[in-house]
Design a binder for this molecule. Sequence first.
Ligand SMILES: C[S@@+](CC[C@H](N)C(=O)[O-])C[C@H]1O[C@@H](n2cnc3c(N)ncnc32)[C@H](O)[C@@H]1O
Length: 283
Amino acid sequence: MQALAQQEADREFAFSEQEFAYLARLVYEKSGIVLGDHKKNMVYARLARRLRALGLSTFKDYCALIADGGSDEIGYAINAITTNLTKFFRESHHFDHLQEAVLGDLNAQALAGGSKRLRIWSAGCSSGEEPYSIAMTARSALPNMDTWDARILATDLDTNMVATGRAGVYGASCKEALPAGYYAKFCQSADAGTVRMADSLRELIAFKQLNLLGNWPMKGPFDAIFCRNVMIYFDAATKARLVDRFASLLKPGGWLYIGHSESLREDGQRYKIVGRTVYRRVA
Ligand SMILES: C[S@@+](CC[C@H](N)C(=O)[O-])C[C@H]1O[C@@H](n2cnc3c(N)ncnc32)[C@H](O)[C@@H]1O
């Protein structure tokens, strides 16, 4: 208790419980992200730099600036608070499943005269490694992909992340995360130590800013939706609403991939589980 009080006293900017509660409520209303009391230090750490840049001396002033509503300061605060951790081929079993079950099936149907339409949504794509991994998998699984009507939609709330994904430039060390042969095929050297994703991937992906809590302009239907490591920040009601909306945008039998620590057990009857954190729309 004393250590906590000392920590508060040592802070460069005063940050009261009320100010934290005010910010947490706004972030929840705007993004669905739940900031429990244990996140107060994280919020302080992520916003202190912003207070310095704005020349403010207290969180009271910062909250007043947000309340004033004249700027998009709440948008900036949310960008700072989102956790954007991601990597190429994260949870690689999802990409194996995508390749074999989803794309393998679609390809077989196309060979039998079916449609060559493919739609995949990376919902909460962060800096873009997930949609580029999907694009590499699709390019590798579907021969003659240029004869397909194929699109990957990549969306995130955080405008900085959407811009990074759209730029498509990553550290060359990404090679370690890619399956054999993909680096040579899909990555082009850029400035020192970086690589640029190949045009053959970029042309498949549309990066857009989108709040999962808001209106969705797209109609679908999607063959598959990736929403991984996003719903962990939401409460049960928000998550239930979201997975129901996903089901409505998936084609019947479409696939939903979620994060390794998530489950849909409590979320109704619209999906059946078909593998580790892989669900299929059944209703
Ligand atoms: C940990 S990253 C997950 C990235 C990727 N899906 C993965 O699994 O590697 C979580 C992302 O969810 C985004 N996010 C959080 N709340 C959101 C919301 N309401 N709408 C859209 N994206 C949101 C964050 O900006 C962040 O980039």
